[in-house]
Ligand binder design. Structure first.
Ligand code: SF4
Length: 424
């Protein structure tokens, strides 16, 4: 039997792509192996959001060269955001790789596998993930039209392209039939979904259709852009019973000058008003966000405005990163990366400390409350899952609870998770 090994780095979109490719290779009769050395087909799914991610991919690919030279019959493929519209620079740099694929474009690899290994690839690019779990990610759009000055995604992933509603609904239904209880609809900018489709359906329309699928318990979506978050979408989150009360809404910086240099298209006040609208319409909503510290020209005072935003909004989850230049972006071409590294580290630490204090306080309010958890699996002898607000919850139970929706009374809280006991 032939085998494959997929190495993945980066965001949920990449993980979803790798799962889809696994599914396709599974349908061709290949089985997964844990190391490249044992695999007939080796795939690296790359990320370019940060230079370090690209460097790791290059390191992995370079490390495969001796193996490929010893075993030229092995197929080596690079996929994901490192592969732009033109593959010739990569072909020159990595001549021993057999195939370069843009995100979600698996056909070149599958037909190569078909030729090399004598397997029929016809009809194998199915939407099913290889081994659906309790939760699954479904890409609904691809690329981004926004051109934030720090971001490389629009150059690598291209323009924002939506998958047809029926295709997403069909995939969600198939996953539900195979036992998936929660789907997360993914896009770089999920709120602009449908702008390029006939009749312009929006994310709200798609959520309504996925909400109707039997067997699904929960529906989530990410990532949102504040400028494309409409009242229609907010209303759907408020109304649809399976759509979870959670928004992933990056703000990136608190100060208007920094936001303008980032080309985010909104000011701090706009973001705050949007949060107010969401909170007024969706009771018990939770919010997560991304923030960048130490962007080009960010003064100490401007950084304080970021801390003010965090203090005022009180996010339920915050992903903070120190700015690092990405070659090819608008910021790299036109701005100076002038905040010293140690100052970026200090700002990052200040954000993390503040956020930890806020989360400790927010979560402590859940002590003694009962939360409804969709159980995803087991870790270190305990079951874990999340409530609708995306809070991680651990509990103990002798029974197999995977996939069950369980009421848990919270007995311990901390900034990153809750622990409790099953309510009889
Ligand atoms: S919205 Fe901005 S940060 Fe997000 S993918 Fe698009 S360009 Fe990048």
């Amino acid at each position: 039997m032939h085998s494959y090994h997929i190495w993945t780095i980066g965001c949920q979109m990449n993980k979803a792509d790798s799962e889809r490719l696994e599914s396709a290779m599974g349908q061709m009769g290949l089985s997964p192996v844990p190391s490249p050395a044992a695999a007939d087909v080796i795939v690296l799914n790359s990320c370019v959001v940060r230079q370090s991610a690209e460097d790791r991919t290059v390191g992995m690919l370079t490390g495969l060269k001796p193996l490929k030279e010893r075993h030229p019959e092995k197929v080596v493929a690079l996929m994901g955001c490192m592969v732009g519209p033109k593959t010739s620079p990569l072909e020159e740099r990595f001549p021993y790789a057999d195939v370069f694929m843009r995100p979600q474009q698996f056909e070149p690899l599958l037909s190569l596998i078909g030729d090399r290994l004598g397997i029929d690839a016809e009809g194998c690019v199915g939407p099913l993930t290889a081994k659906p779990d309790v939760t699954a990610f479904i890409p609904i759009s691809h690329g981004c039209d926004k051109m934030c000055s720090f971001c490389i995604i629009p150059y690598r992933r291209g323009r924002d392209v939506s998958r047809p509603v029926q295709e997403v609904v069909r995939e969600s239904r198939l996953l539900a039939e195979r036992g998936v209880k929660e789907v997360t609809l993914l896009g770089q900018n999920v709120d602009s979904y449908g702008h390029d489709l006939p009749d312009n359906p929006d994310l709200g329309d798609l959520l309504a259709q996925v909400n109707d699928i039997d067997g699904l318990e929960r529906v989530r979506f990410l990532t949102s852009h504040p400028n494309d978050m409409t009242d229609r979408i907010i209303d759907r989150v408020a109304e649809l019973d399976k759509v979870c009360e959670h928004f992933n809404l990056p703000f990136q910086a608190g100060g208007d000058d920094v936001l303008a240099r980032m080309r985010r298209g909104y000011a701090g006040g706009d973001y705050r008003r949007l949060v107010d609208r969401i909170r007024a319409r969706v009771p018990n909503v939770s919010l997560s966000a991304d923030v960048i510290v130490g962007f080009c020209g960010e003064t100490g005072e401007q950084f304080e405005q970021t801390l003010d935003m965090i203090r005022d909004v009180r996010f339920d989850k915050l992903h903070a990163a120190a700015y690092s230049t990405r070659a090819g972006t608008i910021a790299a071409r036109t701005m100076e990366d002038d905040v010293p590294a140690e100052e970026k580290t200090r700002r990052l630490k200040a954000v993390e400390t503040l956020q930890e204090d806020i989360l400790t306080e927010i979560n402590s309010r859940l002590h003694g409350e009962t939360v409804r958890v969709l159980t995803e699996g087991r870790k270190r002898g305990r079951w874990y899952g999340r409530n609708r607000n995306d809070k991680l919850v651990f509990f103990e139970d002798e029974r197999d609870r995977k996939g069950d929706v369980v009421d848990v009374r919270v007995e311990r809280t901390g900034p990153w998770s809750l622990k409790g006991a099953v309510v009889a």
